[in-house]
Design a protein around this ligand. Sequence first.
Ligand code: PMP
Length: 285
Amino acid sequence: MSLQVYIDGKLLPKEEAKISVFDHGLLYGDGVFEGIRVYNKKVFLIQEHIDRLYESALAIRLEIPLSKEEMVEAINETVAANKIENGYIRLVITRGAGSLGLDIRRTSNPQVIIIADNISLYDPQLYIDGLKIITAATIRNHPAALSSRVKSLNYLNNILAKIEGTDAGCIEALMLNHKGEVAECTGDNIFIVKNGVLKTPSVDAGILEGITRNAVIRLAEQSGITVDQSPFTRHDIFVADECFLTGSAAEVIPVVELDGRQIGTGKPGPMTKDLNEKFKQLTRE
Ligand code: PMP
């Protein structure tokens, strides 16, 4: 059976799920989205994703044509129709079709698109060995231009950094902010460990407020670990004891090298492993 995609209030085979070439999501990146995991048929941290989606939409003055409750129902329906047990959901809201030009008043019919599919995971060996990453020359967009907390369809900033990463043979790349401080990676948040303290940039650094990030912070705090959300630099990563990334797709993945400098022992560290284990337990609950 073909994948069933939720679009315009209906589930349609993927070949028939189409949007207008005049949709402002396509023409201008005018829309918002979420990437969500399904574990054991259950949508993971669904309320957090729904809340972030509606906050992103509010920030760009996009009215989602479904209530939050209806959205949860539509997501669950799409997951069930595709018999997804462990997979990934891409939830996209576009501004809808309109005339050429930026005026949102000349658009109508925002589109709600829900794709639930199996996920192609990173090579499991990377979780054992850890990633080697580089710092991209492309800095993260200035948050005063477009808040990085809005998960918008405009991902070019991150795509440009990702190109630098793949050119260097890395699956992730670090992005600094306009002040030269560590922000995040192209699709993941970043953490370091130094002398038993867990550090991650605060949302003011111009990052997406990752839902996996927040879950890991909660797990750390529940274990009595001090979590410091203050600015740090690339140098702090070079001299850190441990480093890892978090994201819905990547989950918790260790980083063992940045720009040719070995981090800590060059192997995933004990706090990384412990938080990864606790995160796995959370996804199994
Ligand atoms: N930062 C960026 C730029 C992202 O795109 C993502 C997720 N795709 C993340 C961080 C991680 O966020 P989350 O844990 O909510 O998936």
